[in-house]
Design a protein. Structure first.
Length: 195
């Protein structure tokens, strides 16, 4: 696939690894005796991602390519119906997802996204790539922005699961918690449109 991009034309390639998704076992490599499907998934992910990173660092693309590693969603188990449909007994949700930006031009740092959802992914990538003088219609704000306009920032702490919507906010101790959100008509309208 990369052989199609031999000149200096910018390109974007997206890839989804279904092998780490709930309910899917990874058949290639087994962790230990192979009986734990969760361990198998992440053992495979670690192996294949490690191989790709090793190749990428020695490839001609490393000098001018931004590699983005993230997830499409976290693990959200907020309602009894949702837990029942996925055979989950726990009420614990983990809405945190990784966002790893990797490449020669990236300076390593750890950033607290302060409960922001993946709605801010596109604005963050535009910011990192230095694309600022263009009109964009994304909701959310770059994670590196200190100022964000009201319209863009209003919904960046919301997410939905099934027919329920939620808001992520910090409690008094600074931990991020999930609360049901039924009052935000704008979010409900957008979610119904995209659902």
């Amino acid at each position: 696939m990369l052989s199609d991009y031999k000149d200096n034309t910018p390109f974007f390639i997206g890839m989804y690894t279904a092998g780490t998704h709930h309910g899917v076992d990874s058949p290639d490599l087994k962790y230990g005796d192979g009986s734990n499907s969760y361990y198998n998934k992440f053992h495979n992910l670690d192996h294949w991602l490690g191989d790709f990173i090793s190749w990428f660092k020695t490839s001609p693309y490393y000098d001018n390519t931004l590699l983005v590693i993230t997830s499409d969603h976290g693990v959200v188990i907020p309602t009894p119906e949702y837990r029942k449909s996925f055979h989950q007994k726990t009420e614990r949700s983990n809405f945190e997802i990784p966002l790893i930006l990797y490449g020669k031009m990236v300076k390593p740092q750890i950033l607290d996204a302060k409960g922001t959802t993946s709605i801010s992914l596109a604005p963050t990538l535009l910011d990192v790539l230095g694309i600022r003088k263009t009109e964009q219609y994304f909701l959310g704000c770059s994670l590196f922005e200190t100022q964000c306009d009201e319209r863009s920032s209003r919904l960046m702490h919301h997410f939905a699961a099934g027919t329920d919507s939620f808001r992520i906010s910090a409690n008094e101790g600074g931990k991020y918690i999930i609360r049901p959100e039924k009052e935000d008509a704008e979010f409900q309208k957008i979610y119904r449109f995209t659902n």
